[in-house]
Design a protein around this ligand. Structure first.
Ligand code: ASP
Length: 418
């Protein structure tokens, strides 16, 4: 990435993105909907460019990662460490959410069910938890790639990578080198697209503020505050603690190195769209080896969503409170578990979290028109919350990559802000 420390500040990517965001907010606020219409297409174009590279990037990155780790023990160890970290961080996230909901009690006394049904958006009903597990194995790999079905693609890439490691000598070298080279190509493409990042971000923010204005932030204040505090505690307390305790890594340095992907996650609301930049940054700035980064991050972008887990848990409990239900500890435990599952199943795209909240709600028997009304109003203010939870989602992945790299004996991880 051409973001060298010797560049003047105004040529450094994170400053350019930050300025683009501010400009976008001002232009969107001052000129409103007409500005949103004018520049909206640029935002769409930028998102398309990012989405264009996700499928080949995930395929080549995981296949080359798994093939270079080699099969057997080393891969098994990396895999269990990765899953262990994901589980731990997501579980801690839901605990934080549980604590915040019980502290702020945002739904108590909220009278929200007199909105008319007609105003409601249509939300897709997600598949059940069992289907979610079955979905991991694709019926047809090409179809999975065409519909960007990430869990299925990850599964295929892992088994494909493992198969490569069982090939005899020369064939193994040839195929491994081929996928390494293809991965390099995808990283080059990523660098090219990132050059347009400030323009893309400007357009996306202008459209967001120009269409909804800042009013979107006002209603449902207590609910938003609960999610916001949960995300903040997890981002600035829990994850830094994990960095210190498990990885002996300075959170200050890790935050410093991760600023570009965090800004991108904030402006795109999509872990998937942020993945290319996360991969570059975690390798080149955080200093994690390609082996670990290309294994941990693509899977993390899809599976490990701490911010989304906080949202699912706090959001479902908020709805229960707003409808006057006092959930027992056992019911709250079900919410925690299904919130974890829902965060795994949520796609790495904007608003995915809100769609899968129905999984959590159904698990505790909350269905019906009143529930839909409340979810509908949550949708109205979801964008800013989605932006923030996406930041938490990708930050947790990078913490995992850094911690795992350290545990594998890598010494170059987060030694300084680069
Ligand atoms: N937008 C989030 C992400 O891509 C998912 C969500 O809606 O919670 O990480």
């Amino acid at each position: 990435m051409e973001d060298r420390p010797d560049l003047p500040w105004y040529r450094r990517l994170h400053w350019q993105v930050l300025i683009a965001m501010l400009l976008g907010a001002v232009v969107g606020f001052v000129f409103g909907a007409p500005a949103a219409d004018r520049v909206g297409w640029i935002g769409d174009l930028f998102m398309r460019l990012l989405r264009m590279i996700i499928v080949p990037l995930v395929l080549t990155s995981i296949i080359s990662g798994v093939a270079s780790v080699g099969g057997g023990r080393a891969l098994g160890r990396l895999f269990s460490k990765t899953l262990g970290y994901y589980l731990l961080s997501s579980l801690l996230a839901t605990m934080v959410a549980l604590f915040m909901v019980n502290l702020i009690r945002p739904g108590i006394g909220a009278n929200m069910t007199d909105t008319t049904q007609a105003e409601l958006p249509t939300l897709e009903t997600p598949s059940s938890p069992v289907e979610l597990l079955l979905d991991v194995v694709p019926d047809n790999v090409f179809q999975a790639a065409a519909s960007a079905d990430m869990l299925a693609l990850i599964f295929f890439s892992i088994v494909f990578g493992i198969a490569i490691t069982t090939l005899p000598g020369k064939s193994q070298t040839v195929v491994t080198e081929l996928f390494d080279a293809l991965f390099e190509v995808m990283m080059r493409l990523t660098s090219g697209i990132i050059r347009f990042l400030p323009i893309g971000v400007f357009a996306l923010i202008t459209r967001m503020v120009g269409t909804t204005g800042f009013d979107a932030f006002r209603p449902l204040a207590l609910y938003a505050l609960t999610i916001f505090s949960g995300l903040t505690v997890h981002l600035f307390v829990t994850l830094p603690l994990l960095l210190i305790v498990l990885g002996r890594i300075s959170p200050r340095i890790h935050f410093g190195n991760m600023r570009d992907p965090m800004l991108i996650a904030f402006s795109t609301s999509s872990s998937g769209a942020t993945l290319p930049v996360s991969l570059q940054t975690v390798e080149h700035k955080v200093g994690v080896s390609n082996q670990v980064a290309s294994f941990v991050l693509p899977m993390g972008a899809t599976v490990n969503m701490d911010g989304t887990a906080i949202f699912e848990c706090a959001g479902a409990l908020f709805i229960a409170q707003a409808l006057g239900f006092d959930l027992t500890i056992a019911q709250q435990a079900i919410v925690v578990l299904t919130a974890l599952l829902a965060s795994i199943g949520a796609a790495a795209v904007p608003s995915a979290g809100l769609v899968v909240i129905f999984i959590v709600l159904e698990a505790i028997g909350l269905t019906g028109p009143d529930v839909n009304v409340i979810v509908g109003s949550m949708l109205a203010i979801d964008r800013p919350l989605d932006m923030y939870r996406t930041v938490v989602n990708i930050f947790s992945d990078s913490c995992g990559a850094a911690i795992i790299a350290r545990s594998e004996g890598e010494t170059d991880v987060d030694t300084s802000i680069r």
